[in-house]
Design a protein around this ligand. Structure first.
Ligand code: HEC
Length: 170
């Protein structure tokens, strides 16, 4: 019970209307957040393992390749669309959509205003005619193995994880 109220409180803080949050939305937020957390842990572990066996230029080229394979597998396993996106995208798959770009810019503004990087997350729900669409985003933490190659840019996030679920209306 306490867990749920904490999530509803967060939803309110994030500006999501609390009406209707008790059902599918609250669960989807919990699921989306769990997916993002698992993914970050997995990226840390797998990149470390796989980069240790490669070296120099070989390792450098593999951040995208390794990450993309993990994202695709997790998307297939969970039914959520999971992406890594960045304002500095160098690949079509990491290019943010319009709403994602707005959130990335908001994260940068929050960071400049003094918010902690680990607290930067976003959640919204869109009601369409035949579907409900849940959007979740969370800033990537350039810590651990990532810090070998990524310096924390001054006042800017290196990128974010985007987790989207589309549910058809019955
Ligand atoms: C061995 C070096 C290396 C490590 C370790 C590494 N990266 Fe990268 N990363 C790169 C390079 C080089 C690029 C640019 C080219 C590319 O995308 O492959 C990049 C690109 C990115 C991008 C931008 C996406 C794009 O389109 O270019 C993000 C976001 C990112 N990395 C996040 C991370 C995170 C999070 C971690 C840790 C889990 C991590 N990286 C670990 C080397 C690394």
């Amino acid at each position: 019970m306490q867990r749920i109220s904490r999530h509803i409180l967060l939803a309110v803080l994030l500006g999501i209307p609390s009406v209707g949050m008790a059902g599918a939305s609250a669960n989807t937020l919990i699921e989306s957040r769990a997916i993002a957390e698992q993914l970050e842990q997995r990226l840390q572990r797998d990149l470390k393992e796989r980069l240790e066996s490669a070296s120099g230029q070989g390792a450098l080229a593999r951040c995208h390749q390794i990450t993309q394979a993990i994202l695709e597998q997790m998307s297939a396993d969970t039914g959520f669309t999971i992406k890594r996106i960045s304002l500095y995208a160098q690949h079509p798959q990491t290019q943010p959509e319009r709403w994602e770009k707005v959130v990335l810019e908001t994260f940068n503004a929050q960071l400049k205003a003094g918010d902690a990087l680990e607290k930067l997350e976003f959640y919204e729900r869109h009601q369409h005619k035949t579907t409900t669409e849940f959007h979740y985003m969370r800033a990537l933490q350039p810590a651990g193995v990532c810090a070998h190659c990524h310096q924390s840019p001054q006042g800017a996030v290196v990128g974010a994880l985007s987790v989207v679920k589309i549910v058809p209306l019955r």
